[in-house]
Design a protein around this ligand. Sequence first.
Ligand SMILES: NC(=O)c1ccc[n+]([C@@H]2O[C@H](COP(=O)([O-])OP(=O)(O)OC[C@H]3O[C@@H](n4cnc5c(N)ncnc54)[C@H](OP(=O)(O)O)[C@@H]3O)[C@@H](O)[C@H]2O)c1
Length: 311
Amino acid sequence: MRVFVAGGSGAIGRRLLPQLVAAGHEVTATTRRPEKTDLLASLGATPVVCDALDRAATAEAVRAARPDVVMNQLTELPPRYEPRKLGPWYEKTSRLRVQGTQHLLAAAREVGARRFIYQSVAFFYQLRGPKVLDEAAPIAVDAPEPFGGAVRATLEGERLALEAAGIEGVVLRYGQFYGPGTYYAANGHFAREARRRRLPVVGRGDGVFSFLHVDDAASAAVCAMSRGHGVYNVADDEPAPAREWLPVFCAAVGAPAPFWAPGWLAGLLAGGFARATLEHGRGVSNRKARRELGWVPSHPTWREGFTAQAR
Ligand SMILES: NC(=O)c1ccc[n+]([C@@H]2O[C@H](COP(=O)([O-])OP(=O)(O)OC[C@H]3O[C@@H](n4cnc5c(N)ncnc54)[C@H](OP(=O)(O)O)[C@@H]3O)[C@@H](O)[C@H]2O)c1
């Protein structure tokens, strides 16, 4: 099949392009930066320089590629994850979620593409109910700003993808990425913070996280080329509370064991939403993705995944 990947140069995109090529697909991938076209070509894609916020340029790029499937893998997030400084970045990413999706969908419809795959988020659920959630759990649309705006924009992008006339929409709600190019990479932002002893277990460390290696994020998108319809949580098999995964992460990246911080201190330093996630976060079940997409993670648990990426 012919596939158009908006955001081919990102953390997922770079792992996705070779997998799509290996599966026999003909891939066109975007970047806004001419200096990255060689990278995209080296990964087996036909590169195209295009800003997804430019409707005409997006239509032209998609027209030239004549894809069967269009993917939105666009985000614009900071290299350092600082909860109190995320506002402007979330606004940029929110524009990509909504406007970028509108432009891509309009272009996809024009060329008769039959499928649209949308990158979404598995940690925007409300922090209540079971510790491990399925796709029907309510979304935290009323989260405090800047998170609330990001949640609502992400949900609106999902709606656009799912309700587009004449196109099958697949929404992949991804867990917390680790692996090359991510915040939890062995040389990523959180590994550096852990080595500086700035990544504590907060409160009782009850907040549950669902992790996902970027290679498995990519392979889920490859599966979604031909299977599934609707919304899928895509994360590894072992949602785990911070008190369990954080010591393993620290050991894997060569950091000292994490210290324990009271909730009020984390709230003071990182804000209420970060504190709530660390103390009350929810994980997700990947059962539906395994069953309907036929997706099998190559890193079923962060326990070996954190160590494997450090190697
Ligand atoms: N679920 C999660 O945990 C999650 C989700 C997303 C990101 N992140 C984190 O965010 C960090 C960066 O991730 P990333 O590499 O995916 O983000 P990124 O470097 O911002 O890459 C995202 C992709 O979007 C493209 N893009 C951004 N704005 C665009 C626009 N206006 N028009 C067209 N393309 C545009 C970029 O292309 P250019 O080549 O033009 O820059 C790039 O291909 C990582 O540490 C990752 O862990 C986490």
